[in-house]
Design a protein around this ligand. Structure first.
Ligand code: NOJ
Length: 725
């Protein structure tokens, strides 16, 4: 063993890492910066030869990704530990994005739960399962703010809002990492640094141009929150940001991340993103790309092979500084030490633990709970909840689509272990469910319509399970039109024409355009891609065993032309007056309203919540003060339910223009029918800080409007003044 006794304190770890560093050759040091993927399981294009065992033995590999399983990781770890000169253990990484074996809803769906406890719990479970299968490190959380639903990776994040995104980022880091003192804790990797979600026109791997002020106030807060929560690693993004690809962006990695935020962990490139800079055109060749990334602050080269090939020579020749190498190696070794890998490199490769850790009943319960909380009821003209004894025609290609339920990152989730809507409905309504697929997700065959319409005629209610497949969202899966794929719209309309009530269960990895969909259904429950426990969660909601409580973490546009559309936009100098169809010389469209189809924060319930006696406890505060905002929330309906109470603020006048409103607080509250509860929020001056023209981040004296309610259109409940002092 390299370390005789377990290092317990940071200074002990530091001393031991420094001692080890002192014994390493240049090649061994560079080896720690090298990460390869298993060629059996690729999550990107294979970019070269796989490492040979000789390279492992020579200590020229620091980390592997996509090698999974206690046995497989142990085998390779043994080679690194027993057969390399210094026996430095490998770090095994994997994309554990929304579950490992127990698959939770896609991240955007999870964000719709606004339930930080449930989200943190899901990552705890993901870490428990993954760590038992040899995984030390997940490439999550993905915290990219996304305001363009064409971009397929919107599915992986928390939506459009920096405040909600930051809260979720923290919860995920806590869930994965815990205190990093248990073998069930894994390292988090916050990604993609930064502004990857701002890809022009929603195209993946595409250019981003984001003014620094917007970068700081919109795109960076979730990264900062994750770093503050202790995230040990970050991933540099693929995109070119304001002319400098993120993987060579010293402003991001050196200035902001390390200098301003004090980040002490390490940065891994995205898959091949170092050498992709040749294609971006800011490096002439791989060698130059390696120089740029190294100088800018990328510590580990994922799959690019450029560091391995060029760094030793560049450092030897004095082109690159060796101190920078030591910093990078130290950060990587420290991460390994914090995981306890020097005391026990096989801590995460225990086959018995691996078997018993997966898909445990409590994991499935948590997945069902989070799936239930993530669904958003977008429309209900009384068709939901279904009534006992109703004959149900279940129609649609997603009714029994086990694989699609798993979403874009399935890790070790298995379609065979997925519970579908069909299976769940048949279980809760035995003998009452007839099923017809109707059509496929993308195909153009109408043959299946006949049977679908036949069973619809015989039913009391139609449950249509339509929407996107798992392939429609995720990495590299951008869409330019956001309606139902294939001929599903036609199927929906044909079902609607039967005159039977249509309950649409909509599956998607992003906001869809629903202008033609909404008129063709009486109720619409948005399920996203709900994971392993999709069916039971949806069946609970459809039958009223559970009450929908999800709220949109992202705006739903009326049409693609409105994109980007988000609630926290800036005010125009010529705003369109509210309630007016269209006024000349005002900011509007000729052919569509400015308002979205569904606003951020929106979601219906089977019960009714009333907001009463909302008020502020002070008309003004000083820079060091706080204002309290309280409201009485009443469940006036006849069912128990949960409401997401949202607090928004508008800074009326700023030295730079301020958004029309910004989310500043939320609480998810459970109330029994008839119950009332007083809720209290607090705002401090610091909560009102924003970036100024000189990039200083501070609050500004002035007047603020306060809005409180169940979505981003919440009414104004008061105002206060922030005094200069
Ligand atoms: C590329 C993706 O952008 C990133 O999110 C992922 O972690 C890596 N591939 C590794 O699979």
């Amino acid at each position: 063993m390299l370390f005789a006794a377990p290092p317990v304190t940071n200074s002990q770890i530091e001393a031991k890492v420094s001692a080890l560093l002192g014994r390493m050759t240049l090649e061994e040091k560079v080896g720690q910066l090298v990460q390869y993927s298993s060629s059996e399981e690729l999550t990107g294009p294979l970019l070269g030869k796989n490492p040979t065992l000789a390279e492992l033995k020579a200590g020229r590999v620091g980390s592997l990704l996509n090698v999974v399983g206690a046995k497989a990781t142990r085998n390779l770890q043994e080679i690194a530990v027993k057969e390399s000169r210094l026996g430095v253990p490998l770090l095994f990484g994997l994309d554990v994005i929304h579950g490992f074996r127990t698959i939770f809803p896609i991240n955007l769906g999870q964000a719709a739960s606004w339930d930080l406890v449930a989200i943190e719990g899901s990552e705890r479970i993901a870490a428990t399962e993954a760590s038992a299968a040899g995984i030390h490190w997940t490439f999550a959380p993905m915290v990219d703010i996304a305001r363009d639903p064409r971009w397929g990776r919107i599915a992986e994040g928390a939506g459009e809002d920096p405040f909600l995104g930051s809260a979720i980022a923290k919860a995920r880091v806590r869930g994965f990492q815990g205190n990093l003192d248990q073998p069930s804790n894994i390292l988090a990797c916050v990604k993609h640094f930064a502004a990857y979600g701002a890809a022009q026109a929603g195209r993946d791997y595409w250019t981003t141009e984001v003014p620094e002020i917007t970068l700081r106030d919109v795109y960076l807060p979730p990264f900062k929150a994750a770093v503050d929560a202790g995230a040990v690693t970050l991933m540099s993004a693929f995109n070119d940001l304001n002319g400098i690809p993120c993987t060579a962006n010293g402003f991001l990695m050196d200035q902001i991340l390390r200098k301003e935020w004090g980040f002490k962990g390490f940065v891994v490139s995205d898959w091949g993103s170092i050498i992709e800079m040749v294609s971006h055109g800011n490096a002439a060749d791989d060698r130059e790309a390696a120089i740029l990334s190294y100088r800018a602050g990328v510590d580990m080269d994922m799959e690019g092979r450029a560091y391995l090939k060029y760094l030793p020579d560049l450092i030897r020749k004095g082109v690159l500084k060796p101190e920078r190498l030591d910093e990078a190696v130290k950060a990587i070794l420290t991460a390994k030490a914090r995981l306890g890998l020097f005391e026990d490199p096989y801590r995460y490769c225990d086959e018995a633990r691996e078997k018993q850790a997966q898909l445990r009943p409590e994991h499935l319960d948590a997945a069902r709970n989070l799936a239930t909380k993530s669904c958003v009821l977008l429309k209900n003209e009384g068709a939901l909840p279904l009534r006992a004894g109703q004959r149900i025609a279940l129609v649609g290609p997603l009714s029994d689509a086990r694989h699609d339920m798993l979403g874009s990152w399935e890790a070790r989730g298995l379609p065979a272990e997925t519970r579908t809507l069909k299976a769940a409905l048949e279980q809760v309504a035995p003998g009452k469910v007839q099923f017809a697929e109707g059509c496929s997700i993308e195909g153009r065959q109408r043959d299946g319509f006949t049977k679908a319409l036949e069973i619809a005629q015989e039913a009391d209610v139609i449950v249509a399970a339509l929407g996107e497949s798992r392939e429609h969202s995720g990495e590299g899966h951008t869409r330019s039109s956001l309606g139902l794929p294939g001929i599903q719209q036609e199927l929906l309309e044909a079902l609607h024409r039967t005159g039977k009530p249509v309950v649409l269960v909509l599956f998607s990895g992003r906001p869809l355009v629903l202008e033609n969909v909404l008129p063709a259904c009486e109720a619409l429950l948005l399920g996203w891609l709900p994971g392993t426990m999709a069916g039971p969660a949806l069946a609970d909601l459809l039958t009223g065993v559970a009450n929908p409580s999800g709220k949109l973490p992202v705006t739903f546009p009326r049409n693609v032309g409105q994109i980007p559309i988000f609630y926290a936009h800036k005010p125009s100098g010529r705003p369109q007056p509210e309630g007016v169809v269209r006024e000349q010389y005002k900011s509007n469209y000729l052919d569509v309203a400015n308002t979205p189809m569904f606003p951020f924060g929106f979601g219906l319930s089977y019960t009714r919540f009333a907001y009463k006696n909302a008020g502020l406890d002070a008309p003004e505060i000083s820079m060091g003060g706080r204002v309290g905002i309280s409201v009485s929330l009443v469940n006036q309906g006849d069912r128990d339910g949960e409401e997401v109470v949202q607090l928004y603020v508008r800074d009326r006048v700023g030295s730079v223009t301020r958004p029309v409103r910004e989310l500043k607080g939320f609480q998810k509250v459970f109330l029994r029918k008839g119950e009332a509860k007083t809720l209290r929020f607090e705002l401090s001056a610091a909560d009102l800080a924003f970036s100024h023209a000189d990039m200083s981040f501070k609050p500004e004296a002035g007047s603020f409007d306060v809005f409180l309610g169940g979505d981003s259109r919440a009414p104004k409940v008061g105002e206060f003044i922030l005094r200069a002092n």
